[in-house]
Design a protein around this ligand. Structure first.
Ligand SMILES: C[S@@+](CC[C@H](N)C(=O)[O-])C[C@H]1O[C@@H](n2cnc3c(N)ncnc32)[C@H](O)[C@@H]1O
Length: 403
C-alpha cells in the first residue's frame, strides 16, 4: 500500500512562501499576522454560502494561500489512496487529464499531484482548473510554477474563470475533482431538491466529461451538515446503476448515517499541520492535529474497492474512534453483518471483550478509524459481538505507522 500520511513536504511550503513573498502577503514567518487573517477567513468559511471567499480582500487571499491551501492539500492526497493502492490511478506515457471544478488555489489538484509524486510515479498531470474567482486561479498558477521547479511529475495547469456547475466541455478527463465545493453551491435551495440537483449535476458530469475508466473524487469538510449533504447526494446517485461507488463505502445500500439526525461519516487521520503552521493555527485558535474531511470516489466501470480487496466472509469499515470502556473495546463499523441467515449491509456497533483478546483478533486493538476489516465469521446483526473464535484482519489500512 502507498503510504501518504505525513504533513506536506518542505518543497510545497517553499513554493507557497515564494508566491506569498511576490504579493507581499504574510506567510508562516509572521504567524501572528497570518493568524489574524486566518481567523477572519474562518468566519467567512462558516458562512454556508461562502460568498465572502470570492472577496478580493488581500487578507483573505493570504490566509487561503499560506494556511488553507497547505492545510487542505493532503485531503485529496489521502482520499486518492485507495485508488492508488488498487492500481487504478497512476501516470503513464500519456498525461493524466484532470478537471478540478471549484478549484480555488488548486489544493485538490496539488493534493493529487503530491499523491502521485509520493508513490514515485513519473509523467505529466494536465489539469484544467475552473473557478469563478480569477485571483484564486492566478495564485494557483503561480504556485504550480514554483512547485514545478522541484517535482519529478510535470504539472501543466490551464485555468478557466467560470461558474463551475455550468462547465460543459468536449474533453474527457481521467480524474474529476470536486474539492470542498459541492456543499457551497445552491445554499438557497431547500435540502431535498438541492440533493437531487447536485446528484443530477454530478451524474451528468460523469457521463459527459469522465473517461470510461476515470474517477470522480469529492471531498467535503467534515462538518455535520455539509457531510450529510454529501451522504444525501451519494444516495441519490446510487439510483443510477451506471455509477459505481468505489470508496469509502463497501456497499451501495442507503447510507446508514442518514437514519438518525446527528450522524455523519468522516475521516480523521493522523496528519498534523507542518511545524511552521502550528503557530499560525494557534494564533487563529484552530486545531493543528489531525486531518478531517469526508469523501466519495465514483467511477463508471463497475470497479469497487471491495472488488480489489482480499475475499473475507464479511468486510466492514471503521467509522468511529474506539469506544473503550471497562472490559471491552467497541467500534462503529459500516459493512456486512449476518441477519436472518443472509448478509446485510449497514452500520453496526460491535464489541470485543478484553478477556477474549487473542492473536486471531488482535487487529481489533491495532485498527484505526478508516481501516477496512475482514471478519470471519460475519458479525451477528442483532448481537454484534466478536465471537471467541472470530478472526479479524485489517485488509486495508487508512495509514501506516511505519511511514
Ligand atoms: C473552499 S474552496 C475549495 C478550493 C479547493 N477546491 C479545495 O479543494 O480546497 C471553494 C472554491 O469553490 C469556488 N466556487 C464556489 N462556488 C462556485 C461556483 N458557483 N462556480 C465556480 N467556483 C465556485 C470558490 O470560489 C472557491 O475557490
Amino acid at each position: 500500500m502507498h503510504r501518504l500520511l505525513a504533513p506536506v513536504e518542505p518543497t510545497w511550503l517553499d513554493a507557497v512562501r515564494a508566491v506569498a513573498a511576490q504579493h507581499k502577503f504574510a506567510s508562516f514567518d509572521a504567524p501572528a499576522r497570518l493568524g489574524a487573517s486566518v481567523l477572519r477567513l474562518s468566519s467567512v468559511y462558516n458562512d454556508p454560502a461562502g460568498a465572502g471567499l470570492r472577496s478580493q480582500d488581500a487578507a483573505l487571499l493570504e490566509a487561503r494561500l499560506s494556511f488553507w491551501l497547505v492545510r487542505d492539500l493532503p485531503k485529496v492526497t489521502t482520499a486518492a489512496r485507495e485508488l492508488m493502492d488498487a492500481g487504478l490511478l497512476r501516470l503513464s506515457t500519456k498525461p493524466l487529464r484532470v478537471l478540478d471544478l471549484g478549484a480555488g488555489l488548486g489544493a485538490s489538484t496539488f493534493g493529487l499531484t503530491r499523491a502521485l509524486c509520493l508513490a514515485g510515479e513519473k509523467g505529466t498531470v494536465d489539469a484544467l482548473l475552473v473557478d469563478d474567482d480569477r485571483r484564486a486561479l492566478a495564485l494557483a498558477t503561480e504556485v504550480a510554477r514554483e512547485i514545478g521547479k522541484t517535482l519529478d511529475v510535470q504539472l501543466h495547469l490551464r485555468t478557466l474563470q467560470q461558474h463551475a456547475p455550468s462547465y460543459v466541455g468536449r474533453e474527457r478527463f481521467d480524474v474529476i475533482l470536486l474539492g470542498q465545493v459541492v456543499s457551497e453551491l445552491d445554499s438557497d435551495v431547500d435540502p431535498i431538491p438541492r440533493v437531487q440537483k447536485h446528484a443530477a449535476w454530478i451524474a451528468r458530469l460523469m457521463q459527459t466529461s469522465l473517461a470510461d475508466d476515470g474517477c470522480l473524487i469529492i471531498v467535503e469538510p467534515a462538518l455535520r451538515d455539509r457531510t450529510r449533504h454529501l451522504h444525501g447526494v451519494r444516495d441519490a446517485l446510487m439510483a443510477d446503476k451506471g455509477i459505481t461507488l468505489f470508496a469509502p463505502c463497501l456497499h451501495r445500500e442507503a447510507c446508514p448515517m442518514l437514519e438518525g439526525r446527528h450522524d455523519w461519516c468522516h475521516e480523521d487521520l493522523f496528519v498534523d499541520l507542518p511545524e511552521s503552521l502550528i503557530a499560525v493555527a494557534r494564533a487563529a485558535g484552530l486545531r493543528f492535529e489531525g486531518l478531517t474531511y469526508a469523501y466519495l470516489v465514483l467511477r463508471r466501470d463497475g470497479l469497487t474497492l471491495r472488488s480489489r480487496l482480499p475475499t473475507h466472509a464479511s468486510l466492514a469499515r471503521i467509522v468511529s474512534t474506539p469506544l473503550v470502556t471497562k472490559g471491552k473495546r467497541e467500534w462503529f463499523l459500516c459493512g456486512d453483518a449476518m441477519s436472518g441467515g443472509s448478509l446485510v449491509s449497514g452500520k453496526i456497533k460491535a464489541m470485543r471483550l478484553d478477556r477474549e483478546r487473542a492473536p486471531h483478533n488482535i487487529a481489533w486493538d491495532e485498527a484505526s478509524r478508516g481501516d477496512v476489516l475482514g471478519l470471519s465469521p460475519p458479525l451477528e446483526h442483532d448481537r454484534p459481538r466478536l465471537s471467541k473464535e472470530g478472526s479479524v484482519a485489517i485488509v486495508h489500512a487508512s495509514f501506516d505507522t511505519e511511514s
